[in-house]
Design a protein around this ligand. Structure first.
Ligand code: PBG
Length: 329
């Protein structure tokens, strides 16, 4: 009996939908998805974000409702961004006990308890008049002063933990921020709270739409003296190693789609739980193309999320979280 040619027919494993499902190498479950929420102080109803169709700045009551809805869809968690009514030079509302982020964290936590992991973005850019992620140096005009900034981050972390955050996610890319935050949390009795560090956050053009959502655009200059050059992979690994040494529990890469090599490298080298942030511009591109009838939103979004998972991300922060959870169920 002669063997037919070709002997190897990979297409056998793709013949039916059942086979394709059974042999899929990557699983994408709603529990892997984290939804960002923008909670704005002083509004009475949601305010749509023009550059991010389907997303809105939420008032407290709507935010709590949205959290309940996300939990019912099986989404893994949410990431709270507070948008204060007024800004100040040092961004003090970021750590005020009644700051909008703290109010939102407490209200959401009270509602959903343990049904969602509640994360807090930890930064100053929505709170400072400058729109920068840190305080402006008194010596060197126009530069961001690292060490005073991380002291403020430490205050914010404690306020967020006290308000109920399960996880704080520092996104300011200041040196030593994880160390400062870990120390402050531990001294305040929050040694049980997780630090998910934005270890490798690139100075990306894809944050454009977000700056309207969080109202934190820099008022002068840009963020390239603290966020990473988009060309760098070795530096991303260095940042990740430092964050692990400083006590990070989990690591994040941001943005996601253009940085899948970084996700894979960090996951493989550090071995920690790794998140990828599928950022605003990545979301808005899909929305814009779908709105024009150029791409199918659902299958395109799921393809993107699958590829981020395939690159090694355990968690994906995505504005498609709610919809994707629905599509996946
Ligand atoms: C601010 C922050 C940004 C994002 C998350 N936290 C913007 C920036 O650094 O300019 C971007 C998120 C997105 O684009 O979806 N620290």
């Amino acid at each position: 009996m002669s063997l037919g040619y070709p002997l190897h027919r990979p297409r056998r494993l793709r013949r039916t939908a059942g086979l394709r499902r059974a042999f899929a190498e990557t699983d994408l479950r709603p529990s892997r998805l984290i939804a960002p929420l923008f909670v704005k102080e002083g509004i009475k109803e949601p305010v749509p974000i023009a550059a991010m169709p389907g997303q809105a700045q939420l008032d407290l009551v709507s935010a709590v409702k949205e959290a309940r809805e996300l939990a019912s869809r099986g989404v893994g968690g949410l990431l709270v961004f507070g948008v204060p009514a007024t800004k100040s030079p040092d961004g003090a509302a970021a750590w005020a006990p009644d700051g909008i982020s703290q109010q939102a964290l407490t209200a959401i936590k009270d509602e959903v308890g343990d049904d969602l992991v509640v994360m807090a973005d930890l930064c100053l850019c929505s709170y400072t008049e400058s729109g920068h992620c840190g305080v402006i140096s008194e010596q060197a005009q126009g530069t961001i002063d690292n060490d005073p900034t991380i002291e403020l981050y430490a205050e914010i972390a404690v306020a967020q933990a006290r308000a109920g955050a399960d996880i704080v996610a520092p996104s300011g890319m200041m040196d030593g921020q994880v160390h400062a935050i870990r120390g402050a949390l531990d001294s305040a009795g929050f040694s049980d709270r997780v630090i998910l560090s934005y270890a490798a956050k690139f100075a990306s053009n894809f944050y454009g739409p977000f700056r309207d959502a969080a109202e934190g655009a820099p008022q002068f200059g840009d963020r390239r003296s603290y966020q990473m050059h988009t060309a760098n992979l070795a530096e991303a690994l260095r940042e990740a190693r430092l964050d692990v040494a400083e006590g990070a529990d989990a690591l994040m890469v941001k943005p996601a789609i253009g940085y899948l090599d970084v996700v894979r490298a960090i996951k493989d080298e550090l071995g920690l739980p790794t998140a990828a942030y599928n950022v605003s511009g990545e979301y808005s591109m899909v929305k814009a193309a779908a709105g024009n009838g150029w791409l199918d939103e659902r299958s395109t979004a799921l393809e993107i999320l699958n590829s981020i998972r395939r690159a090694g991300a355990d968690l994906i922060i995505t504005y498609h979280a709610g919809d994707a959870a629905e599509w996946l169920s």
